[in-house]
Design a binder for this molecule. Structure first.
Ligand code: ATP
Length: 232
């Protein structure tokens, strides 16, 4: 079952055309990478999936719903988005408060703390519980930002550059975490080793055009293609 259907999607920031006629389907449980040079439109495509931007033409359906203003509340309950700049995601006084934020009003108070404690354990970040986000390292902030999204039990997780700034140990943990998660993941990244390790298929964007979708095994062995498109 396709959980994301993108058909002939185009988008421009003012007069700057950024995506042109992009089409693809993503199946439930798939882990999809998006790669491409700087400015090729990766983050823009993720933002269109979550409705932070509105397509100029074409359609984007997520979990059977067109991504339109009237569906955004329902979509945001079921689709999580980890920002490239994690500082945009963390705004509460403590790590605990940031992770609890989205659960308040949905769960009773005792269930909120149960869920937060469980996710702190799952991400091995219990020691950060009472710290202020500004006191954290870059890698710690990223782990907390991902925890704020995963605690909401999203069906689809969109991640923008999730390994940026992570040391080898955190990167290993992140790889293991995504691999073991049953949810659908769409991940924009320049980290080709990470993409190769975890993704079922990879979308290649070039100057706003989708130029290839392939398995990582086939794609990353195609040196001529990678070289011709300056991906290595
Ligand atoms: N808010 C914005 N207003 C105007 N132009 C923007 C905005 N955000 C991005 N752009 C432009 O749109 C193009 C695509 O940007 P986008 O962030 O989607 O690329 P990307 O592939 O994610 O790049 P990177 O690998 O550097 O993160 C770039 O040329 C960028 O300058």
């Amino acid at each position: 079952m396709s959980v994301i259907k993108c058909e002939d999607l185009s988008f421009a920031y003012g007069t700057q055309r950024v995506l042109e006629g992009v089409s693809f389907h993503i199946e439930k449980g798939e882990k999809i990478g998006i790669i491409g040079l700087n400015g090729s439109g990766k983050s823009t495509l993720l933002r269109l999936m979550i409705g932070l931007l509105k397509a100029e033409s074409g359609t984007m359906h997520v979990l059977g719903m067109p991504v339109q203003r009237k569906n955004l509340k329902a979509l945001h309950r079921r689709v999580g988005y980890v920002f490239q700049n994690v500082d945009e995601q963390l705004f509460m006084p403590t790590v605990y408060d940031d992770i609890a934020f989205g659960l308040k009003g949905i769960l009773p108070v005792d269930k909120v703390s149960e869920s937060v404690e469980a996710i702190l354990k799952r991400f091995h970040i219990m020691h950060l519980r009472d710290k202020a986000p500004f006191q954290l390292s870059g890698g710690e902030k990223r782990a907390v930002a991902i925890a704020t999204v995963m605690v909401m039990a999203p069906e689809i997780v969109l991640m923008d550059e999730p390994t940026e700034g992570l040391d080898a140990r955190m990167r290993r943990k992140m790889t293991a975490f995504v691999k073991a998660s049953p949810e659908t993941f769409v991940i924009s990244s320049h980290d080709s080793t990470f993409i190769r390790d975890i993704c079922d298929r990879v979308i290649v964007l070039k100057a706003g055009h989708l130029i290839r979708i392939d398995t990582p095994e086939v794609l990353f062995d195609d040196f001529d293609f990678l070289e011709a498109n300056e991906l290595i």
